[in-house]
Ligand binder design. Structure first.
Ligand code: FAD
Ligand code: UQ1
Length: 412
């Protein structure tokens, strides 16, 4: 049995960043971090690992080396939340009592929900996925082995983390096949459950130009429902006409799986909304029913795009509002819904999408960011990993709002 001032459930991007901030001002071990994983992955690197640009080893560090030293890490998972009693239970049957709790459990991938998919991923076939440390290295293997036929990229009928990532790998594959002289033997298809290519009009317009100029077929409202790895076939449902199914043969099938919040959160009807996300106020990120509970990142109900960039902008709001709650003072820090998605469109270019809750562009740099740029590619490939490991996980990165204001001073 443990008790603590602040319990952080999940030591990923958001949990680690806020725990680092809190443990600078609270006493040693007043913050407990509960997370079963002995590795901390920088998931945004998976896009580049899948594209053969980095090795998987570059995408993670040991959990014990990234979590703040002044917090107590308990390597275990929550199995049950009992928010009325300010307690959680863990898989090893421990109970942890808290004064305040931060929910930072992220989103899980549910590969098992699509019949045939796990078999395709686990056997030697053209099926791959950047969304898991288990399968991301296979993506580049499949790209290298591609000779001819259909290369299909999917986007599921569920919320996802990094909604741009399902198409980034499509662009990398297209350029890779072109460089290998195989492009004319490939038909490249992006099949998405969404009714749009991207949720923000400015960047959607730019991406339609990209797919048209590179002869990538985009099929909207197409949802992958089955994989038949023995015959290399993928079955898609037309979401506008349920029941209408199309079977397509593939040589390469890159799958973005359906995702959900972890079961202990999703099944707790006091903590979660009907979709299974931690039910918080989108401005303050405080829980709607339990004022001593906050949420950050992918498991939160706030209707922003689920990205590490969003978690960075949220981290300072959560930290200040949580600290005010601890100290019993008023706090009015508000999250504007900022999210960012570096849309890698090739091996040397990227469109840096940045936007808010209203899906209006909120750009850091004083140039229109709907262009494919080498500078944004280098930001994604070289600068963001450095910023993540050194600043964000130590509590020193609150998103680019400060930089944006500085860079836009001249224009005011
Ligand atoms: P995570 O960082 O996923 O952390 C969740 C933590 O909760 C994990 O450590 C897990 O072990 C723990 N946990 C789970 N269940 C339990 C439990 N029951 N008990 C205790 N702990 C538990 N974002 C960007 O900003 N830019 C990008 O370019 C980008 N690209 C991406 C590309 C890919 C392929 C992927 C997969 C993601 C990408 N992201 C990107 C998204 C980004 O990685 C996530 O939005 C971010 O990591 C979310 O942080 P989080 O803290 O909510 O969740
Ligand atoms: C960002 O803040 C962030 O979180 C750490 C990311 O995740 C890896 C990003 O991809 C981006 C683009 C940002 C925004 C940062 C700048 C400097 C525009």
């Amino acid at each position: 049995h443990h008790s603590c001032r602040v319990l952080v459930v999940g030591g990923g991007t958001g949990g680690c960043a806020v725990a680092a901030k809190l443990s600078k001002v609270l006493k040693k071990n007043e913050v407990i971090i509960l997370d079963p994983s002995d590795r901390h992955y920088y998931q945004p690197l998976f896009t580049l690992v899948g594209g053969g640009i980095y090795n998987l080893e570059k995408s993670f560090k040991q959990q014990k080396d990234v979590l703040p030293k002044d917090a107590l890490w308990i390597q275990d998972r929550v199995t049950e939340f009992i928010p009325k009693a300010n307690r959680v239970r863990t898989s090893e049957n421990h109970e942890i009592e808290y004064d305040f709790m931060l929910l930072a459990l992220g989103l899980e991938t549910n590969y098992e929900k699509i019949p045939g998919l796990l078999e395709g991923l686990q056997t030697w076939s053209g099926v791959c996925s950047n969304y898991s440390d288990k399968y991301v290295e296979k993506t580049f293997q499949v790209m290298k082995n591609f000779e001819s036929g259909n290369a299909i990229f999917t986007y599921p009928d569920s919320p996802v983390k990094c909604p741009g990532a399902p198409q980034k790998i499509c662009y990398l594959t297209e350029e890779y096949l072109r460089k290998q002289g195989k492009r004319d033997k490939a038909t490249i298809m992006y099949n998405t459950s969404l009714p749009v290519i991207f949720g923000v009009k400015k960047y959607a317009d730019a991406l339609w130009n990209v797919v048209e100029s590179r002869d990538i077929q985009v099929n909207l409202r197409r949802n992958l429902v089955e994989v038949k790895p023995d015959v290399n076939e993928a079955v898609f449902e037309n979401l506008d006409n349920p029941g209408e199914k199309t079977t397509i043969e593939y040589s390469m099938l890159h799958v973005t799986p359906p995702m959900s919040t972890p079961a202990p959160l999703r099944n707790n009807k006091e903590l979660s909304n009907p979709a299974g996300f931690a039910d918080v106020d989108p401005d303050s990120l405080a829980h709607n029913k339990f004022p001593n509970v906050f949420a950050i990142g992918d498991c939160s109900s706030s209707p922003n795009s689920k990205t590490a960039a969003a978690a960075a902008a949220q981290s300072v709001v959560v930290y200040r509002n949580l600290l005010a709650a601890i100290n019993g003072t008023e706090s009015e820090h508000i999250y504007d819904g900022y999210a960012s998605c570096p849309l890698v469109t090739g091996y040397s270019k990227c469109i840096l999408a940045e936007f808010d809750y209203k899906l209006q562009p909120l750009e850091t740099f004083p140039i229109s960011q709907d262009k494919e740029m080498l500078s944004m590619y280098l930001l994604k490939k070289l600068f963001m990993p450095y910023l993540y490991w050194n600043l964000m996980l130590n509590g020193y990165w609150n998103g680019p709002a400060g930089l944006r204001k500085l860079l836009h001073l001249n224009w005011k």
